[in-house]
Design a protein around this ligand. Sequence first.
Ligand code: ZN
Length: 405
Amino acid sequence: MATVNIRRNVDDKFYRYKMPSLLTKVEGRGNGIKTVIPNMEDVAHALARPPTYPTKFFGCELGAQTTFANDRYIVNGSHTAERLRELLDTFIEKFVLCPSCKNPETELIITGKGNSEAIHRDCKACGRQNDIDMRHKLTTFILRNPPKKDKGKKGGKQMTATANVGGPMVFEKGTNGNGNAEDGSDDGAQSPDIGLAAAVPTSGTDIDDALGRSDPILGNPDAAEEVSKKLEALNVDEDDEEDANSPYTALGSWLKENKTADDAAVISKIKELEIVGKHKVLLEIGQHLFTDEIAKEIGKRVSLLQVLVQANSEKHQKSLLGGIERLLALSPQSEQLLAAGTTSKVLMALYQADILEEEVVRQWGTHVSKKYVDKDKSKKVRKSADAFLKWLDEAEESSEEEDED
Ligand SMILES: [Zn+2]
């Protein structure tokens, strides 16, 4: 089955989070014309949301009635797959992705009572909780049909959102909260044949392949935690050792003594050490080419860094970030530098020069790591990046507003 990145605008073959491409089938004619989404369950499964949520979302956005019964997810009227895929992108943006780190491994959590009820996205990747915009009509539906967790019950088929964990969900007319009596439309409008839905193979996603499991378990908080741990382990760099005799150490020492060397001299040193193109070069550059004045110095080194950070190489960008992290964390002036928002200034310069990609810098900024400095320092350095990360969020929001019409 064709899969697409959950964030369809991410053009990266190695993006981990995939979902089946949403399919549609228009049935009936005249006033009875309707659009069936035969693989809604598989798509929703990949997003760890009940299939009713995106279906209902389509209904809200299109002003159309929706029906879900007998595993059939239907939007009244005739709609193209492309239109629904675009709406699904919006659903994912508003109800799935973590606004802080853009990771889709989030869980919907409902807090408050009565009029102060609110829905949050609880991110398994970065740990932040972000609010859902309660002005959207779908929130009413979610509050009425919350993603239930029946942890205590063993066996027995769950009829709620956590059924995502296991097999297909079955909705029977009027037997549970997801029956959507509100629409009053599940009254035999759909035929009992499930031929098409049954014909769509339900395969696992790439993330499952990576983890060696057959069922996405993103909807289950305990399992999700285990998954994040495993994913972390997958991120481990193979060539981590730092050898005192390595050419990288030699480069570092040379840079310390030659911080004012021109770009050409730096490049010929890298050539001489025969480490051209290696991502670890960037770690040394980030840590040793600059001083406490890095916020001012970075602008003069943009062309050098553009050459060294090979286009779209996440490894190179991460190494550069690691080097800068070390510089800022280990400086005797560290506290003052961080308080002055130096991290944000440096990241902004690197981002504007296309040296760092949004994806990579977000991931870095939202994941404390003790790979380069201790955890406490790592946290502080990232805190000093807050202004930049906020700016990224706002830049994205305003470009979204422009896109909407
Ligand atoms: Zn997050």
